[in-house]
Design a binder for this molecule. Structure first.
Ligand code: ZN
Ligand code: ZN
Length: 298
């Protein structure tokens, strides 16, 4: 389903008759449309524009994982305030990219703390300097390097860092009681991923990172993905994590064997289909090919 059709169906299923009584169809389309839904055990998801958000609301506090951009973050904050008057104890960033941290600023004065991997903070600062957006950032005040835990009410949240992947600062954020994990951009579900070598990404290490995730989490874990080709599939299970690992493996193996067979960079980057990859869609196949080529030929 394309984005526009998806937005329309979302709008039309959201109590369309009652809403249409008050508003014109055009004004409905102009309204912000987003997904805000509970998943399991006080944990839910939010998606509007950018990387998917996960949230926790329990009787002691509110936790948000990733922040999209300022406007979506404002919509999310309003929804969460309808659910609870408890404090926003933590905002956690899976990694530094603007579609995950751009909305941090909307939590200024609202979130008590912001946490992220140390490399995510370094990358966020470097990007802000480069893009001259330092005044639009809310930086993490708490950083970690491998594992970090925090308790909010009866929920324990653990961040796991398994090494470089999509950048060098991506964590899995595990709501242990609910058994819901935010993968950040370590999983692009059935969609060609971005691979940010300028921020320390590694295609080879990404495979290992996803292997470790499969050992750490289990068959009952519900996953929230940074991105998906089908906007309905930003959540999933271990099979989707395995599929992402298979994609990264196929990409690395294909580029490696092509280099060894003497193919030119140009030939490799012109690839339209990676052998063994059947489910990945959309544009951007060249992003992974370029990153893998640069990494393997370095
Ligand atoms: Zn993203
Ligand atoms: Zn990203």
């Amino acid at each position: 389903m394309d984005r526009r059709k998806f937005l329309m169906s979302t709008v039309l299923t959201a109590g369309s008759v009652a809403l249409l009584g008050k508003k014109s169809f055009a004004s409905l389309l102009a309204d912000p449309a987003y997904q805000f839904k509970p998943l399991r055990g006080n944990v839910g998801m939010f998606a509007e524009q950018g990387g998917t958000i996960a949230w926790l609301v329990n009787k002691d506090g509110i936790v948000v994982v990733d922040a999209e951009f300022p406007d979506p973050a404002t919509h999310l904050i309003a929804e969460l305030k309808k659910q609870s008057d408890k404090p926003f104890e933590w905002l956690i960033n899976t990694h530094h990219h603007g579609d995950h941290t751009g909305g941090n600023i909307s939590f200024k004065g609202i979130a008590q703390h912001v946490a992220a991997h140390a490399n995510s903070l370094t990358n966020q600062k470097a990007s802000a300097v480069k893009q001259k957006t330092e005044d639009k950032q809310l930086y993490p005040d708490t950083t970690y390097t491998d594992k970090w835990k925090v308790k909010v009410g009866d929920e324990r949240i653990t961040a796991h860092y398994f090494g470089a992947g999509h950048t060098n600062g991506d964590s899995f954020i595990h709501f242990e009681h609910a058994n819901v994990v935010h993968t950040g951009d370590l999983v692009f579900n059935r969609r060609y991923p971005f691979v940010d070598r300028s921020a320390g990404a590694s295609c080879k290490s990404w495979i290992t990172v996803l292997e470790k995730a499969q050992k750490q989490f289990d068959k009952d874990t519900l996953f929230v993905f940074g991105h998906a080709f089908d906007p309905q599939k930003v959540t999933g299970n271990m099979d989707d994590v395995k599929a992402m690992q298979h994609f990264m493996e196929s990409l690395v193996n294909y580029v490696d064997s092509s280099i060894k067979a003497g193919k030119s960079k140009q030939e490799i980057l012109a690839t339209k289909a990676i052998p063994g990859v059947t489910e990945w869609q959309g544009d951007g196949i060249e992003r992974g090919l370029t990153a893998a080529y640069e990494e393997l030929s370095a």
